[in-house]
Design a protein around this ligand. Sequence first.
Ligand SMILES: [Zn+2]
Ligand SMILES: [Zn+2]
Length: 433
Amino acid sequence: MVVYVLSKSGKKLMPTRRFGKVRKLLKTGKARVISRRPFAIQLLYDTTEYVQDITVGIDPGKTIGFAIINKQAGKVIQKGEIRLRDDISRLLRQRAEYRRSRRYRKTRYRKPRFLNRRRPENWLPPSVRARLEHTVEWIKRLTMFLPENAQVVVEIAKFDIQKIQNPNISGEEYQRGKLYGYENVKQYLIARENGRCQLCGKGYDGNGWHIHHIIPRSEGGSDRPDNLALLHKKCHEKLHKNFTRYSKKLKRPAVYKELAYLNMYRKLLINKLKEFFGDKVIFTYGAKTVIQRHNLGLPRAYYNNALAMTGIKSIQDISELTVIRQVRKKKRSLHEATPRKGRKTPNREAKRNNKNTKEVILKDGRKWSLWDKVKVGGQVGFISGFTGNSYAYVQDMEGDYIRMPGKTYKQVSLKQAKLIKRNNNWIEIKKAA
Ligand SMILES: [Zn+2]
Ligand SMILES: [Zn+2]
């Protein structure tokens, strides 16, 4: 938790963690609340408007890592991660499949459409588009109450494609020694191969990746990615023991399928952020971030990447981590395709929306909605579904069910629950890092 502060004249000041002081200011009428989420107050008395340098690091992706730091003081103000939904394209594909199959049955269906498929310029698959827009919105939101001079650092790619294609490119960015080049190429290969070994086809085994030159350097093979293969340590050793046999298996890989969309996503992300932040936003690469994170001695995590890319040299860390997760508030399926829990056959008799319950009102008048943050049985969680008239399923942030003490079933009585907070599409917790 962090409290954002505005001066009497409306200038954005340094955020604070001195909650005692904030409480006192609010109580004595020396400040007023101007926003609840995020929590911001405005001072009602004259103060100096001095601010220090703030840098915000952003590691975009399915999970967005973020860190807000005070570079001068070497202090972390806030850090955390935002987990975006990644089930939507699967659900859309599933919906299309259900519609298709309904057309062959005597049941309500939606006519197929095929004349409305022209793609506008800058088209992105909806999943990529959504990720782009959420990323931009969250960066704006995280910075909305920060001092005007705050800088934003965004990692736009794991590797620098320019550097890959032209390893001899010069400039300050590239004079970072062997490790930078190595990390850069490695990240690229991992992306190209979808994290799979090119010899055995299996995923990461925990022993580090080896980069193999398909045409050996000694025979004039280049460092270009076309000539590089991503291998397990074990497989690499195997290959060199029986070179003639195994080296035939390595062929030039196909072009990374998603690359075009990723490039478009990157281009749009850069444009949108530049438009909003002007020269206060700078862009960096994952290969560089990894080295910065190693230098700080931080373990691998999205928020640590975000922390590292701010360029902070030493840190007084906070132990608190903010975790935000995107959830779905609506379910609009027309029929039950697979039996829901506890049934042997799908329920095809129920009214079409009956099972898409979004809220429940108890006899005592208390209303409960999906994803309400609740305390039940001494634990805190979020309502993920309803069952019966007064029972719900409650999950923690990781999606594990919260049960009543000593019980094996997942149903939790809402009569015994206490509402902490209502939520929209985003649920949030603070936890120890
Ligand atoms: Zn392997
Ligand atoms: Zn080799």
